[in-house]
Design a protein around this ligand. Structure first.
Ligand code: ADP
Length: 231
């Protein structure tokens, strides 16, 4: 079943740069998809369009039945409830503990304290950080901070996890640890869309690979590698 349907999407920024050009793309529920391409090819823009940080100038983006481009600003929460986002720079709140950073993401849902605690601990367990609940972000390694960010993104059990260069600030070993976590989350049923230019990871994972160039979809391989696609 299709989770994401993109048809004829164009994104032009106010400075006239066309970052995404006539894009058609379908992503099935449960898929793990890499978005690759050189710097400036439109990877980040595509991720931003999917969580409505940016709006397309043309075309349609449907996620789980929600018409993302048409969604009114005050209804964006309906989309955001269905997805989690992970960034290269973690974006944790420095004055909150690990536990609070994750629990905070649940506050808008009106759950009881007990439910919040259960979900938060479960998410932190999944990323292997249950023993660090009381630490602050600056007391953690980069890999651990990214795990907290992943726990925060999935704590409400979203259908879709968007990742924008999640391993961009991490060394190779730590990056593979992060990929293992993302793979487990994917196997549990969450669709993962990850923008990256980390060759080693893409080659090792053998997932669907979508190559962008100048905002256009150039290649789409079911079990792709980076080296084959980017000459
Ligand atoms: P990537 O993630 O592949 O590096 P981006 O999506 O960040 O690519 O950028 C695609 C193109 O859009 C680039 O030419 C970039 O300079 C431009 N761009 C990105 N964000 C903005 C913005 N907020 N305003 C204007 N141009 C932008």
């Amino acid at each position: 079943m299709e989770l994401i349907r993109i048809r004829g999407v164009e994104k032009q920024y106010k400075n006239g740069v066309t970052a995404i050009c006539n894009l058609d793309l379908s992503i099935k529920k449960g898929d793990f998809v890499f978005i690759i391409g050189s710097s400036g090819s439109g990877k980040s823009t595509l991720i931003k369009l999917l969580h409505r940080e940016e709006k397309p100038n043309k075309g349609r983006i449907i996620i789980g039945g929600i018409d993302v481009a048409k969604l009114k600003n005050k209804k964006v929460y309906k989309l955001r409830r269905k997805l989690g986002v992970v960034f290269q720079d973690f974006k944790l709140l420095p004055r909150m503990t690990v536990y609070e950073n994750v629990a905070f993401a649940l506050e808008i849902f009106g759950l009881s304290k007990d439910e919040i605690r259960k979900k938060t601990i479960k998410a932190l367990e999944l990323v292997g950080l249950k023993n660090k609940v009381k630490q602050f972000p600056d007391q953690l390694s980069g890999g651990e901070q990214q795990r907290v960010a992943i726990a925060r993104a999935i704590v409400n059990g979203p259908k879709l996890l968007l990742c924008d260069e999640p391993t961009g600030n991490l060394d190779p070993d730590t990056s593979f640890g992060i990929m293992k976590v993302l793979e487990v989350i994917n196997k549990m049923g969450t669709t993962v869309v990850m923008a990256t230019h980390d060759k080693e990871i893409v080659d090792k994972m053998k997932k669907r690979v979508i190559l962008l160039e100048d905002g256009k979809l150039i290649k789409d391989y079911e079990k792709g590698t980076y080296s084959h696609e980017v000459a």
